[in-house]
Design a protein around this ligand. Structure first.
Ligand code: 6GU
Length: 246
């Protein structure tokens, strides 16, 4: 996969892609990431943005440098980062991971001239809050996508069991030591009984989802056994509440 990032501030990206799965993916040649400096597509750096027609605060990115930089980036799937965009999620990351070339144009918060919005295949927002620009959203998108490329993580199973793949949050995790400050790792995880362990993990994942993000359960792919586990979880949680009250 090739990724081209068009930005006013290429310096902001120094270092962020040099760790973890993105670094591995780059080193293995699974992805190459290039930058185009938007200022190079304007007569002078001052010609990148201008005041909005009709007045109002902030600056708007002029149409010419948008068009020129997008043309230079070449053929590819063109993404504009903007708080008005479609909200980024795992499904979108999975779809973008199938593309050969992603071109990500980092908007500024007041946006780009309306007349060049049509150049883009997709407008993406990373959540309901305002950021100063699209650079951090571009980093978020690149991270979420590149870690999905086969070979980027040492263990593809780790990716497939991530929270949100399947809309179930992952179960709580434990590693050594077995006892930390008097707190024990759940004994079933040390039992060596693989069937029991798998059942326990699934139950805890469902519990985590029920308690933290019950909205996800409506979208999740659930099996018959999951409904049994959910009933167990509810009964246990209700018993605990009763015990607290008594
Ligand atoms: Cl993509 N851009 C900006 N400027 N702010 C945002 C955003 C994007 N997503 C959430 N807030």
């Amino acid at each position: 996969m090739k990724i081209t990032i068009i930005t006013l501030f290429p310096e902001l990206f120094k270092g962020v892609f040099d760790f973890g799965p993105i670094r591995i993916a780059k080193n293995k040649g699974l992805v190459s990431i290039d930058f185009l400096d938007l200022k190079d597509f304007a007569k002078t750096p001052k010609d990148v943005d201008d005041y909005p027609y009709g007045g109002g605060p902030g600056m708007v990115i002029k149409p010419e440098p948008v068009k020129k930089s997008i043309l230079r980036a070449g053929k590819g799937y063109k993404i504009l980062t903007t708080p008005k965009g479609k909200k980024f999620n795992q499904k979108m990351a999975n779809a973008l991971a199938q593309k050969d070339h992603l071109i990500i144009f980092c908007g500024r918060y007041k946006g780009i001239d309306e007349r060049v919005r049509e150049l883009f295949d997709l407008e993406v927002s990373i959540g309901d809050y305002v950021l100063s620009g699209g650079e951090i959203p571009a980093m978020v998108i690149v991270d979420a996508v590149v870690r999905l490329l086969e070979g980027a993580t040492s263990d593809i199973n780790s990716v497939l069991t991530d929270s949100f793949q399947g809309f179930i949050l992952s179960e709580p995790q434990y590693t050594r030591p077995g006892v930390f400050e008097g707190k024990h790792v759940p004994s079933v995880l040390l039992s060596g009984n693989h069937k029991e362990i798998a059942r326990y993990k699934r139950k805890m994942a469902l519990k985590e989802t029920l308690l933290r993000r019950p909205d996800l359960l409506l979208k999740a792919e659930l099996m018959e056994e999951d409904y049994k586990l959910l009933i167990e979880i509810l009964k246990e949680a209700r018993n605990e509440q009763h015990n607290e009250r008594d």
